[in-house]
Ligand binder design. Structure first.
Ligand code: URA
Ligand code: ZN
Length: 330
């Protein structure tokens, strides 16, 4: 059984919200030739990446799954989620989107289930939305970027959200939003933001979660990091060295950060066997799950599937099917 844990669906109602925006992140262009504009450099006439109907058509998602032998799929709204919608309308938007996403399960005979999205206006509303997600058939977790309600993941004000996620046993998928250090990555269109900015953004988000002691305070919290945990499998040792030389931090966080990092789940969307081996080495094969990032251009499915099978041998089936089922309670 193959389960895709990193797959995006942008309901048309959500695309309309982004179309109504004048500032990035936004959707530009006429219907039929719409473009997804996230990075500052994409915000020029004709700029951005094509937003085709496969972003919102459920039939296209099922066709993609059939084409690649994917049995089930845990779809999530992609960046920028509701992050730009910080007003009092945010919880209502989350409720409508989550109802639409949750309905995919029954609509597709359970082949497509979804993660819910959180409002961006206020932590109490986000925590309450976690409970609503837990009460919605067809929703099996939540997705967020490097900030929740504008707060970085080490902010103690987010404890209400962690507590709700832990209590409801819903995993949180941490996904990049708009690239780290994006000003330093100018000059190469979307290549540097996507190749480097995205994984560093995820790395920073997960590192903040660890340094904030979130996993110590909420030991049963389940976190899934996008794109193999960004750079963390490679940099975990350096993280420990820095921690060792920071006495005040060691008082608050008694374990080396790499021990907490080893408790995080991550997807196998890394495109190279060396990266996959480093990830498995850090978190163990039981915490790695298959994903594609469809419908983005980087959904290079056949090579990723082949890489998982060739690199991991007997563990591959776990990563493709058993781990996703356990993580998302499928
Ligand atoms: N580009 C994005 O903006 N989001 C993704 O999830 C993948 C590529
Ligand atoms: Zn993605």
């Amino acid at each position: 059984v193959v389960v895709d844990c990193h797959s995006h669906l942008y309901p048309r109602s959500y695309v309309e919200l982004l179309r109504a925006r004048a500032e990035i992140p936004r959707v530009a262009g006429d219907r039929g030739s719409e473009r997804f504009v996230i990075f500052p450099e994409e915000d020029v006439p004709g700029g951005g990446r094509p937003l085709r109907s496969e972003f919102w058509e459920v039939g296209a998602k099922l066709g993609f799954m059939d084409e690649h032998g994917i049995d089930r799929c845990v779809v999530s709204l992609g960046n920028p989620w509701l992050d730009p919608f910080v007003g009092p309308e945010s919880p209502g938007l989350a409720r409508d989107l989550n109802a639409e996403l949750g309905a995919l399960g029954p609509e597709t005979g359970g082949r497509i289930v979804a993660l819910g999205v959180l409002p961006a206006n206020e932590v109490g509303a986000a925590a309450q939305t976690v409970d609503e997600i837990a009460a919605t058939d067809g929703l099996h977790g939540a997705i967020a970027g490097p900030r929740i309600c504008g707060l970085t993941l080490d902010d103690p004000r987010l404890d209400a959200v962690w507590s709700a996620l832990e209590r409801t046993a819903l995993p949180l998928f941490v996904h990049p939003h708009s690239a780290a250090a994006v000003e330093d990555l100018r000059g190469w269109d979307h290549v540097l933001p996507l190749a480097l900015g995205f994984p560093f953004e995820t790395s920073i988000a997960v590192a903040r979660l660890v340094l904030g002691g979130v996993l110590g305070r909420f030991p049963d919290l389940k976190v899934l990091a996008a794109h193999g945990g960004g750079t963390l499998p490679f940099l975990a040792g350096r993280f420990d060295v820095a921690w060792r030389a920071a006495p005040a931090l060691r008082q608050r966080l008694p374990r080396p950060p790499s021990e907490d990092l080893a408790r995080i789940h991550a997807d196998a969307v890394v495109y190279h066997p060396r990266a996959l081996r480093a990830l498995v080495d850090l978190v163990g094969p039981e915490r790695v799950v298959f994903g594609t990032d469809h419908p983005f251009f980087n959904a290079d499915v056949a090579p990723v599937l082949a890489m998982v099978r060739e690199t991991l041998g007997a563990d591959a089936e776990m990563i493709l099917g058993a781990n996703p089922k356990r993580l998302f309670g499928l």
